[in-house]
Design a protein around this ligand. Structure first.
Ligand code: A3P
Length: 329
């Protein structure tokens, strides 16, 4: 469906025809909107979300948004946060837990792809604001493109990012898997050049990270900034912080009973990637094989595929764009 622009509304088609256009990684083309590159379906969802996402503070108070640029560990963050929020309903992580039979992307929908992705003005009966019962959603949108009411309400945002070298290689592997056979294959060099230029899914990578980073410094109670590497190296500490941030800290009893370790084990790469649903299932919301979301899940994997020149080039861009803001990888 990432290819498909047949279902786009006239409004979206009109908008897209005015935007800068580049070759996509998976979709045929991507378009630059508010400084970031999206496929046509994302732009439709983004426009709909910006227009219709309603700020009812009594609802939005409880809403939590998980924001990432693709391949930063979204699947993992969805699983962890879902488990934290629902641990009273599903205290047993070995039996009857939704994550044992559903891929995390089914349990935590994307705002712009799943919730508002197909919504247009003429079909009021599917207005997602009427459907918002759950409180946990995800997004790949840049901070600047989030609906205004979401930024202004008291809902919380958790942003997760990852070393650009590992994110790039993860993206490249993912795009190769998803890119239809009918499309010309692209070399690692071609993808690399696009990534450095900023033309990557929801990129530029650095500006995406920076948008949330700056906001997290200004409003630490609203935005929690996390890094994949920290989560891998200090999972216990980060999970405790995450639970506190989203308003459900672990009690002493829960810690004594091993609830935190149970959640980490349930959501671990080894556990999730070996579940039947994630080995053979297809994610109906995204129309992608669940197994594509699990590859290696390691720190530093990027360096195995990149030449030393490429590593140098990525490090230099990071140095130029992020270090002055106090952010390094
Ligand atoms: P690799 O391709 O480096 O293995 P996203 O979920 O944002 O699409 O990111 C996918 C990346 O997260 C992939 O990285 C994937 O293997 C890794 N990943 C998926 N589930 C994970 C988990 N439970 N723990 C750690 N990493 C995970």
């Amino acid at each position: 469906h990432l290819q498909d622009d047949e279902d786009l509304s006239q409004e979206c088609r009109d908008m897209i025809s005015t935007l800068p256009k580049e070759q996509g990684w998976v979709a045929n083309h991507v378009y630059q909107y508010q400084g970031f590159w999206y496929n046509p379906r994302q732009i439709q969802g983004l426009l709909s979300c910006q227009k219709h996402f309603q700020s009812h503070d009594h609802i939005n108070n409880d809403i939590i948004i998980l924001a990432t640029i693709p391949k930063s560990g979204t699947t993992w963050l969805k699983a962890l946060t879902f488990s934290l929020l629902n641990r009273n309903t599903y205290p047993n992580t070995h039996e009857n837990h939704p994550l044992l039979t559903s891929n995390p992307h089914l349990l935590v929908p994307f705002l712009e792809l799943n919730l508002f992705g197909n919504y247009d003005d003429d079909k009021v009966e599917i207005n997602p604001n009427n459907l918002i019962k759950s409180s946990l959603f995800a997004t790949h949108l840049a901070y600047v493109s989030l609906p205004k009411s979401l930024k202004e309400s008291s809902c919380k945002i958790v942003y997760l990012c990852r070393d650009p070298k590992d994110t790039f290689i993860s993206l490249w592997q993912f795009a190769n898997k998803l890119r239809p056979e009918t499309q010309v294959k692209k070399s690692l060099d071609e993808y690399f050049e696009q990534f450095c230029k900023g033309v990557s899914p929801c990129g530029p990578f650095w500006e995406h990270v920076l948008g949330y980073w700056k906001e997290s410094l200004e409003r630490p109670k609203k935005i929690k900034f996390l890094r994949y590497e920290q989560m891998k190296l200090h999972p216990t500490l980060i999970l405790k912080e995450l639970a506190e941030f989203i308003g459900c800290p672990f009690s002493k009893e829960e810690l004594d009973e091993g609830m935190l370790e149970d959640i980490l084990k349930l959501c671990s790469f080894d556990n999730l990637s070996n579940l039947e649903v994630n080995k053979t299932g297809i994610s109906p919301l995204l129309d992608i094989e669940n197994k594509s979301f699990f590859r290696r899940g390691e720190i530093g994997d990027g360096e195995k595929f990149l030449s030393s020149e490429m590593i140098g080039q990525l490090n230099k861009i990071t140095e130029n764009k992020l270090v002055k803001h106090g952010l390094r990888f």
